[in-house]
Ligand binder design. Structure first.
Ligand SMILES: *Cc1c(COP(=O)(O)O)cnc(C)c1O
Length: 465
C-alpha cells in the first residue's frame, strides 16, 4: 500500500533471484540471460574492476564464466555446464572437497533444529568445537574464540596479545616480509604488501616487518627493540607463507623463532588460516617442526567449504585475559551453530579419512610432476615448490603465468592467477583429489606449457622468414 516504487523494483529483483535459487538447471536461453545480467551487475553494482582482473571472465568464451554449482567432490560447474577440476580450492577453503556429504549433512541437521543461537543460553556446539580444538591442536592450546573469517581470527589474536602484554610494558609486534594476515586495519598492520597498505596509512603503531626465514634479522630486531624500550609483545607469522607465493622457511627457523620469543618473553602467534586443517600434510603446518605457538589462528578450510568460521585458539595463560570480562572481545555470529556443525564435521572427515597424510602423498606426486615440468620448460618456469597440497609454480614473468592459468582454464582445470598477480600461480586442490585427477592435472599442465612455448616461438619464426 505505502510501498515506494523502489521497493516494487527491489521486490522484483528478489523474486527473480529466489526463482533462480530454486532452479536446478538452466535452459540455454536462461543461461545467456543470467550470464549477461551477472556481468552487467558486476559492472554496475559490485565492482567493474573484477571483470578486468579475472582470467576466467576472458577465458570463459562468449558468455564469460559464471559459476552455478559444485560438481563432484573436486569439481565445480559453470552455468554453461562446463565442469572444472578445482586446483585452486578456494585458496584453501575446500580441503574436504566441495559439498562434502558429512559436512552438508551436519549443517542440514543443525539447520533444521536451530541455525543461530539465542545469544543468551549456552550453545552446545560451541562447547563441543572448543573441546575438539583443544584436543586436536598442539601443546597447551586450550581455549577458543570463534569468529567468521581469517581476518577476524587474526584480529582476535592481536587483541589477545595486546591485552596480555600491555601490563608487561610490551607493545611491539613483529611480522614478516611477504606476510598476509588479512585486510582489516589491525590485521593489515601485520600484512606486508605495500599495495594493500599504502592507501590506508597510517596503520596501527608498533608493527615492524622483518625478512621471513631469517632468524638473525629477527634477533637483531628484538635486540634493537629492547634497547629503545619498544619491547616485542608478539611475533606473528605463517609457518609457510601462502598468499606471499608459497614460501617455505629454512628448516629450523620456526623452532628458532620459538626460542627467541621465549628468551625475550614475547608471544608467538601462528597464522594457520591457510596452512591448517591438513593442507600441508600435517593437521597443522607447525607440527612439521614440532613448534607450539601461544596463539593459533584458523579459518578457511575449518568450515569444510560449507560455512565460514574462524577460530583463535590460545593457551590458558594468554586467554585468561578475557576471563574477568568475556565481553571484551565478541562477535554476534562467530561460532554460530551452523558454522560449528560444519567445523565439527570437517575435523571428523579430516581425521577419519586421514586427509593430512593423503595431502602429503598426493602433494608429493603433484610436486614431483611440476618439478619435472620446470626442468623441461626452463624458458617458462622458474621453479615449482610447496609442501603437501600447498604448491606454487613460479613463472619467468607475470604474463606467462597468466597465459598458463588461462590455458589451464581452457582445459577446465582451475588454478589461481589473476591478470596482475600471476607470476607465481598457486595450486591448492581439495585434499580429496584422486590420484587419477592428480595425473589429469599434470597432463593438462604439460599441454599448457607446450602450447605456450609454441605461441611464444611463433612470432619469432615469422620474423626470420
Ligand atoms: C586468507 C588468509 C587470511 C584472511 O582470511 P579471510 O577469511 O579472507 O579474512 C589471513 N591469514 C592467512 C594466512 C590467509 O591465508
Amino acid at each position: 500500500m505505502n510501498r515506494l516504487p523502489n521497493s516494487a523494483s527491489a521486490l522484483a529483483c528478489t523474486a527473480h533471484a529466489l526463482n533462480l535459487i530454486e532452479k536446478r538447471t538452466l535452459t540455454h536461453e536462461e543461461m545467456k540471460t543470467l550470464n549477461k545480467e551477472v556481468i552487467d551487475y558486476f559492472q554496475q553494482h559490485v565492482n567493474p574492476g573484477f571483470l578486468e582482473y579475472r582470467k576466467s571472465v576472458t577465458a570463459g568464451g562468449d558468455y564469460g564464466a559464471v559459476e552455478w554449482q559444485a560438481g563432484g567432490l573436486n569439481t565445480l560447474v559453470d552455468t554453461q555446464g562446463h565442469e572444472f577440476l578445482d586446483c585452486l580450492g578456494g585458496f584453501g577453503i575446500f580441503n574436504v572437497g566441495h559439498r562434502n556429504p558429512k559436512v552438508v549433512s551436519a549443517v542440514q541437521h543443525q539447520l533444521e533444529k536451530q541455525p543461530l543461537h539465542s545469544q543468551e543460553l549456552l550453545d552446545p556446539l560451541r562447547a563441543m568445537l572448543a573441546k575438539t580444538l583443544a584436543t586436536l591442536t598442539p601443546g597447551k592450546l586450550k581455549y577458543s574464540f570463534f569468529s567468521n573469517s581469517g581476518t577476524e581470527s587474526v584480529e582476535a589474536a592481536l587483541k589477545l596479545a595486546k591485552a596480555y602484554q600491555s601490563p608487561r610494558g610490551k607493545f611491539t609486534f613483529v611480522a614478516t616480509s611477504g606476510a598476509f594476515h588479512g585486510k582489516s586495519l589491525g590485521s593489515l598492520s601485520a600484512t606486508a604488501k605495500a599495495d594493500f597498505r599504502k592507501p590506508f596509512m597510517p596503520l596501527l603503531p608498533g608493527f615492524r616487518h622483518v625478512a621471513f626465514g631469517n632468524i638473525d634479522a629477527m634477533r637483531a630486531l628484538f635486540t634493537d627493540c629492547k634497547k629503545t624500550g619498544d619491547d616485542v609483545a608478539a611475533v606473528i607469522l605463517e609457518p609457510i607463507q601462502g598468499e606471499g607465493g608459497v614460501i617455505l622457511p629454512p628448516p629450523g627457523y620456526l623452532p628458532a623463532v620459538r626460542k627467541l620469543c621465549d628468551e625475550f618473553g614475547a608471544l608467538l602467534i601462528f597464522d594457520e588460516v591457510q596452512t591448517g586443517m591438513g593442507r600441508t600434510g600435517k593437521m597443522f603446518a607447525c607440527e612439521h617442526e614440532n613448534v607450539q605457538p601461544d596463539i593459533l589462528c584458523l579459518a578457511k578450510a575449518l568450515g569444510g567449504g560449507v560455512m565460514p568460521i574462524g577460530a583463535t585458539v590460545a593457551t590458558e595463560e594468554v586467554f585468561s585475559v578475557l576471563f574477568d570480562n568475556p565481553f571484551l572481545h565478541t562477535t554476534t555470529f562467530g561460532g554460530n551453530p551452523l558454522s560449528c556443525a560444519a567445523a565439527l564435521a570437517t575435523i571428523h572427515v579430516l581425521l577419519e579419512e586421514n586427509l593430512p597424510a593423503q595431502a602429503q602423498q598426493k602433494g608429493n606426486l603433484l610436486l614431483d610432476g611440476f618439478k619435472e615440468l620446470a626442468q623441461q620448460y626452463p624458458d617458462l618456469v622458474v621453479e615449482a615448490r610447496g609442501q603437501g597440497m600447498l604448491m606454487a609454480i613460479e613463472f619467468v614473468d607475470n604474463e606467462i603465468g597468466y597465459q598458463f592459468s588461462s590455458e589451464m582454464f581452457r582445459q577446465q582445470v582451475l588454478v589461481a592467477g589473476t591478470l596482475i598477480n600471476a607470476k607465481t600461480v598457486r595450486v591448492e586442490p581439495p585434499l580429496t583429489l584422486t590420484i587419477e585427477q592428480c595425473e589429469q592435472v599434470l597432463a593438462a599442465a604439460r599441454r599448457a606449457l607446450t602450447a605456450l612455448r609454441q605461441t611464444l616461438a611463433a612470432p619469432a619464426a615469422t620474423a626470420t622468414n
